[in-house]
Design a protein around this ligand. Structure first.
Ligand SMILES: [Zn+2]
Ligand SMILES: [Zn+2]
Length: 388
């Protein structure tokens, strides 16, 4: 990266991380952030439409032919342009507006909503750039307003410490969606090719969808519970899982922080048995979407009092306790959906209306940054203990 680009990146970051006074309504900060996000999203989507074979997920590639999808791109770029203009009009520091407009203009020069593929598919391999954009924009637009309206920590900005790391986790797991999917499902195909399950698979497949989905959620949560406890108990496994626990702020982005080895093991233990047992792929895919949104919800900076349901369903306060720094929060609340599992096995912890005082691991042994965190489990443990 050239020094000019580095300076620009640092200046944009400083604007995004502006103090609360400089972010107030009417200062042009909100329009600047929205203009920048929509401009970058529009530019990335147009680039993925220009190089569909390399940068677009096949399921999303089919969308390119729909007029409505192209209308969405058009509205995205016009909104980015308009919001960036508001930023230029309202704010003394016009950097976010200038970058937002530049992204929208560049996207338009590349064809905008009328962009078409430039080259034939070079290989069957692809990076899910459009998946990343739609994933982050959709999830952000669902959860950011809720976090702003009902925050658990009112002082926590969207651009809190380490937000770039967590966004990078989103980027990597979205870009690598093809590799992760193949590695997740390949073992199931191998098992099915080798073993016959008689009539069991047909019986499970014939169950109604409304039975299959909760059944998958329950069985995967039991499997996840014991795997999760193992990840806390076995020192080598803990070094992988410590990456997830290293987040010092909880919000809609922090759940994405997970070592790729843990992602693959977790999927192997949860999704593969469901496919092997014969659950309808539609129910398994619905579960994957549910668990993704649910996981985002329980990590979010949402301060809702949900005392009527939090005995039966995992809520943000329930999972926040799993990430708590204090002693009482160590090795509790392993379930992702059903607190009943923690109750059954003696790891339930929900003290009154209290929330943890802080998040992370005592002593904060995990380094900062995606690459150091990727390497962390493979490096020799430091002298000091990294137990929670
Ligand atoms: Zn854990
Ligand atoms: Zn978590």
């Amino acid at each position: 990266m050239t020094p000019g680009m580095r300076n620009l990146r640092q200046a944009v970051r400083a604007e995004l991380e502006a103090s609360s006074g400089a972010r107030r309504f009417g200062s042009g900060w909100i329009s600047g952030v929205l203009g920048l996000v929509l401009g970058l999203a529009g530019l990335a989507l147009v680039v993925s439409m220009r190089f569909p074979g390399a940068l677009s997920m096949p399921e999303l590639r089919a969308l390119h032919e729909f007029a409505r999808f192209r209308l969405v791109i058009h509205v995205l770029l016009v909104s980015a342009f308009g919001l960036s203009l508001v930023n230029l009009a309202l704010r003394r520091n016009k950097l976010l507006g200038v970058v937002g407009i530049s992204c929208a203009l560049l996207a338009s020069l590349l064809g905008g909503s009328r962009a078409h593929g430039l080259v034939a598919d070079p290989t069957p391999l692809y990076l899910g750039l459009d998946f990343f954009v739609l994933n982050v924009v959709f999830t952000g637009f669902v959860f950011v307003p809720i976090e702003r309206l009902c925050p658990r920590d009112r002082d926590q900005s969207m651009f809190r410490s380490e937000w770039r790391e967590d966004l990078f986790y989103y980027l990597v797991s979205s870009l690598a969606v093809q590799v992760l999917t193949v590695l997740s499902f390949l073992p199931a195909e191998t098992i099915l090719a080798a073993v016959s399950f008689g009539g069991l698979r047909a019986w499970v497949f014939a169950l109604p969808f409304v039975v299959q989905l909760p059944a998958i959620m329950f069985f995967t949560d039991v499997a996840q519970y014991w795997l999760h406890r193992l990840f806390h108990r076995v020192p080598l496994l803990w070094r992988f899982h410590a990456v997830h626990h290293s987040a010092r702020s909880m919000d809609w982005m922090s759940g994405s922080r997970m070592h790729v080895v843990e992602i693959l093991v977790l999927r192997g233990v949860t999704v593969i048995p469901m496919i092997v047992l014969g659950f309808n792929p539609a129910a398994v895919n619905a579960y994957i979407l549910v668990v993704y949104l649910y996981s985002t919800f329980i990590h979010a900076n949402i301060g809702w009092r949900l005392s009527l349901i939090d005995k039966w369903l995992v809520t943000p306060r329930y999972h926040h306790w799993h990430h708590g720094l204090e002693k009482a929060a160590i090795d509790v609340n392993f379930a992702i959906h059903f607190p009943l599992i923690d109750r059954l096995f003696g790891t339930y912890h929900m003290p009154g209306d209290a929330w943890p005082q802080g998040y992370g691991i005592g002593g904060h042994p995990v380094p900062k940054g995606y690459l150091p965190q990727f390497q962390y489990p493979f490096t020799r443990p430091a002298e000091s203990s990294d137990s929670v």
